[in-house]
Structures are given as structure tokens and as C-alpha cells.
Design a protein around this ligand. Sequence first.
Ligand SMILES: *Cc1c(COP(=O)(O)O)cnc(C)c1O
Length: 372
Amino acid sequence: MRFETKAIHAGLEIGNLSKSIIPPISPSTIFEIDADGRNEGDLHYTRLGNPNRLQFEHLIATLEGGAAAAAFSSGIAAASAVLQSLDPGDHIIIPEDVYAGNRKMVTGIMNRWGLKSDFINMSNPATIESHIGPKTRLIWIETPSNPLMRITDITAVAEMARAGGILTLVDNTWPTPFNQLPLELGADLVLHSTSKYFGGHSDILGGAIVARNEDDFFDRVRLIQRMGGAVPSPADCWMLSRSTRTLAYRMRGHNEHAEKVVAWLNGHKKVADVYFPGLESHPGHEIARKQMTGYGGMISFIVNGDQQASIRIVGRSKLIKRATSLGGVESTWEHRQSSEGEGSVTPKNLIRLSVGLEHPDDIIDDLKQALA
Ligand SMILES: *Cc1c(COP(=O)(O)O)cnc(C)c1O
């Protein structure tokens, strides 16, 4: 079956004991134990597992081509579960322009618990290799990176990592499995903030880890999901499964609209540079073309002007909402450095745009007047 078909049906394959086409939301926190006692695989208590979470986990694992998935109450909770599955003293390599919340989680929380980390530019596998040490356990990839849109060669890094017994994790939040399949390219783990394109309507907070193998490492992630307790509600899982049924069609729209907006922005007199991996001039374009089937809906661009000029441009939008985050049907943009705060390597005149599913000409009309 193909992506579109799996996206619609895989969420409905698990635990739908009623004849309803759409499974019900199961609010029950407890499940009845059989008269002969507890049996392997039974549901007992909703933090440990519930029908709607199992449905969504099966769905996202299917779309990523993984053996198993664990859903969390946010992307960050999913990310920290992976890091908590490492041991104190272990070392990770992570992009210097990694999603800012993950950077703060690593430096503000995990480092205090003994995790060692190198934040580096990950566009060149040789740079990554030079940071591998005896305690390196995990290489964290975000490609395209946020917000500099740098591209990392997943296949090359995963091969290098495997040779050293190191895990590779790819944050696939921006591309989604519609545009990029990291496990197929050799990665071990995929991270998602499902708050973005999976949810797709800016109304669900969630995250997930998908694993290539249901191995000892994934068992640790599962333990942290259940005993750390950062689990999504049954209602959120139900909503996510519903949104995912249209993921392919939304991603097609995001891909197509972003290409149109990039074509308009590129060369505009107020725009000094456009960061988008679909551009042939992008330094990572060849690798992006190899590992992605579409370039997604995110664009960063550099304004011809200073920080204040950039903030003023964002302030002039009428249709595009001034908001952080991304992946909704509505277009949003922001002066990214203001939102990342301390430790940010984002240029002061960078605007990040999440291209939505409005008519692309209306998005461009709004950009026209904001950049006039
Ligand atoms: C938003 C985001 C996260 C964090 O997810 P939350 O759901 O906000 O906790 C992680 N990675 C990327 C790339 C993101 O865009």
C-alpha cells in the first residue's frame, strides 16, 4: 500500500473492537482485568497504554517504516526520553542550530545529569566525525535544520555512526515521512513534534519516537514514556490520528506553496538571501534532492536591513499570522532570533515563514505589501 492509503487506514487497524469506521475516544483510565488474572498485552491503566495511543503509535510507526513508536505529550518530552535513555557521562553530537527548545533542554537539564554534548555545524560529515569520541553514543540530526535550513547527509552519517556503534536520531518534524524517510536512509530513531504537521491545525501538542528496531534501547524509551509520565491524552491521540489521514494532501500543498513563495521571494530587492533546500543554489541541494521527495513548507529568509527592519516587516502582515511554531494550515511567520533567545546562532535579520494552505497568491499578496 502507498503512503496515502496507509495514512488513512493504518490508524484504524488497532483495537477497534466496535464496528464503527472511526474508533471512539476511550476516556477510561482503567481497564477491566480478566477473571483469570492479568494477561500479557492487556491494557490496565491509561498512562501505561490506551486504545487511542496504540492506534496513533501504530499509525506513525507505519508511516515512518519503523518497528514501534512511543507517543508523548510534546516533542520535547519525546526528545528528552531519548536522552534519558542514555547513561550519565555519555556524549552526543547535536546541531548548533537545533530546534531552540531542544538546545535549552540539553544545556539546562540533561547536561546537569551528566550528558556531554557538542553543538556543531552538521552540514559536513567530516566535521561530525572529528567530534566522535570514545563516549559518543548518539548523533542527533535535524535536516533541514531550524531555522538555518542546513542539510545533513543522513545516509553518510548513519553509516559512519553504525561503524562506531553509535545511534543516529533524526528529528523529522519538518519534512514529515511524506517528504523524508530517515529509517530507510539508515537512521535508528526518528523524533517528531506532532504539534506541527502531524497535528496540522495548531491545536494539538504532542511528540513521538519511532524506532527502527524494538530493541533494548527502545525498551528504555518505552519505560520513560510510561514511568516518566509525559503521555498524551486519549483525546489528543484521537485528534492526531484524524489529522494524519490528510497528512499527504496537506504536505503536497505545503510543498507546492512554499516553492511558489520561494520563487517570488528569491531576488526581491528587500531580500538578501533565501534559505530553502529546494533552491539549486542551496549548498545542500544535491543531498536534499537525494534524501527528500519534497522540500516542505518552511522558508527562512534574510532581510536586506537590520533587526528592527526585519521586525517591522513581520509587523506589517495582514494575512500571515505573527506566531511561533509551524505546520498549521494557516501561514505564520516570526522574527526568529527574538523567539530563540539566549544562545541562538540565528542571524538578527532572519525571518522564518511557515507557508500554509491558503491560496498561494493570497500569501504572496500579503508578502508583497509587507515587503513593499
Ligand atoms: C517544535 C519542535 C520541537 C519541539 O516540539 P514541542 O511539541 O513544541 O515540544 C522539536 N523539534 C522541532 C524541529 C520542532 O519544530
